[in-house]
Design a protein around this ligand. Structure first.
Ligand code: 5AD
Ligand code: SF4
Length: 470
């Protein structure tokens, strides 16, 4: 079945079916290798944890060398144009391998597979791709692999309204875990492809979410991050379901050491949420709150449902009520029709909020979204200059935010060995600051006191408190 983006947009109501997935183990392969490449956001990273579990149920073992793989799976992203280019570039490498060994199975999943145009392109130009599966039917991948017979098998749902429980995950970490609380998004911001590729909002039932967190606590996990495109709209699609604030509270009460959540939409951010975050010590004071633009005119064109003033009011409310609140954001420059004045409005909000960090992007037209049809006369060079200007400001405040921690004591959940220096350990503060630490590897998995010795733009350096000799 091919995806249909128009259908996805037309559906105003969605009746979600709740099902138990039957996890069969079928050892078709005997220690042969799979290669899994993940592009994009945390949602994809977590989906890949599910893909990994299914592939290993088939008897496959992971390799990080493409050339050794019998099964190659690309879990793709569609949020911006460059994400596409990377995947199609990678497919070129797969083609050579398939020519040498036609029994290799190449599968493409993720958000790109949910785009009509992409599926047609794969059909026409990439016949050596064996399997195309979507974001709604990851669990079909094992069957598709078992039945791969050299013909292209495309199975992508466009208007699927199902939530499966009992799905498997092979998690990347034994310390921190992603927990999906909802799938899809109903906001339809005019630039964004997510409601088409991930579908309409479907919340999981809170009972299953709490059960999952309880099990993670028992397994010794220290942190869960509740995951969704728009987490604070949680439950709005389910009659009689609790609010996101209540869900946060229930998760905090499981006794997990740390609770985080991404991503929140300013429009759905309630006072009840702020009070809950402020009340529980194990709900981390870190909030990712996408601004997208500081211009009311552009915010309206983006369909964001708030004004600059409403955003600032919310920002201040959070800062006033949540101790040590750290707020990061996403900003898009070069939206169709954006003027220098609009950009200045955005820079002004950045100057006011002094964000602890920001992800910044140049607008990328995504086929099928309303913004892709809007007149856009700004040359790319001008957009690049705007991004540069914005980044300079954003980086200045990110560094300032880090400097505040110099010589201070912070609590770090140590997650592993530093990628930059294998003699160091690495972890995150409550405020989600990355810290490279001089300290013993026995601390991995523990929450430890650390004194910050240096502050960079995007990370901190520190020493375990006990090791500092006065
Ligand atoms: N162009 C540029 N940036 C985009 N984002 C989403 N869609 C687009 C697009 N078409 C950005 C938004 C969002 C983040 C995940 O990606 O800032 O918050
Ligand atoms: Fe996309 Fe986020 Fe807007 Fe949903 S809320 S449409 S995921 S930008």
């Amino acid at each position: 079945m091919k995806p249909n983006m128009i259908e996805a947009r037309k559906r105003t109501t969605i009746k979600t079916e709740y099902l138990e997935y039957d996890n069969k183990i079928n050892k078709l392969f005997n220690g042969e290798k799979y290669f899994l490449r993940t592009y994009g956001c945390q949602m994809n990273v977590h989906d890949s944890e599910q893909i990994r579990a299914y592939l290993e149920n088939l008897g496959l073992e992971e390799t990080d060398t493409l050339e050794k793989a019998k099964v190659i799976v690309l879990n793709t992203c569609a949020i911006r144009e460059n994400a596409h280019d990377k995947v199609f570039g990678y497919l070129g490498r797969c083609k050579h391998l398939k020519e040498e060994d036609p029994s290799i199975i190449v599968a493409i999943g993720g958000c790109m597979s949910q785009e009509e145009g992409v599926v047609s392109e794969i059909e026409q130009k990439y016949p050596y791709v064996d399997i195309v599966f979507g974001t709604h039917n990851i669990h079909d991948l094992p069957n598709m692999i078992m039945n791969a017979k050299g013909n292209q098998d495309i199975d992508v749902y466009s208007i699927e309204g199902k939530v499966y429980e009992n799905t498997l995950y092979k998690r990347d970490s034994k310390i921190t875990a992603w927990v999906n609380i909802m799938y899809g998004c109903d906001k339809f911001c005019t630039y964004c492809i997510v409601p088409y590729t991930r579908g309409r909002q479907r919340s999981r039932k809170s009972k299953y979410i709490i059960e999952e967190v309880d099990a993670l606590v028992k397994e010794g996990y220290k942190e869960v991050t509740l995951l969704g495109q728009n987490v604070n709209a949680y439950g709005k699609d389910l009659e009689g379901e609790i609010s996101f604030a209540k869900l946060l509270e229930s998760v905090a009460k499981t006794g997990i050491a740390r609770v985080r959540f991404v991503t929140s939409h300013p429009w759905d951010f309630t006072d009840e949420m702020i009070d809950t975050i402020a009340k529980y010590d194990n709900i981390m004071p870190y909030i990712h709150l996408p601004l997208q633009s500081g211009s009311d005119r552009i915010l309206k064109l983006m369909g964001r449902r708030y004004t600059k003033e409403e955003y600032l009011n919310l920002f201040n409310k959070i800062k006033n009520k949540v101790r040590n609140a750290t707020i990061t954001t996403d900003i898009i420059v070069g939206f169709p029709g954006e003027t220098e004045e609009d950009l200045n409005d955005t820079l002004e909000v950045v100057n006011t909020c002094k964000f602890d960090g920001a992800f910044t992007f140049i607008f990328s037209p995504r086929e099928g979204t309303p913004a892709a049809k809007m007149e856009d006369n700004t040359p790319i060079e001008v957009k690049e200059q705007r991004l540069y200007k914005l980044n300079e400001l954003v980086n200045k405040y990110s560094k300032e935010s880090n400097l505040k921690y110099l010589n201070k004591e912070v609590k770090v959940l140590v997650t592993g060995v530093s990628e930059k220096d294998e003699d160091k350990i690495v972890g995150y503060t409550e405020e989600m600051k990355l810290v490279n630490i001089e300290g013993d590897k026995d601390n991995i998995g523990k929450i430890i006191p650390v004194i910050i010795t240096d502050a960079k733009s995007f990370s901190l350096d520190g020493k375990v408190k006990e090791e500092i000799k006065c």
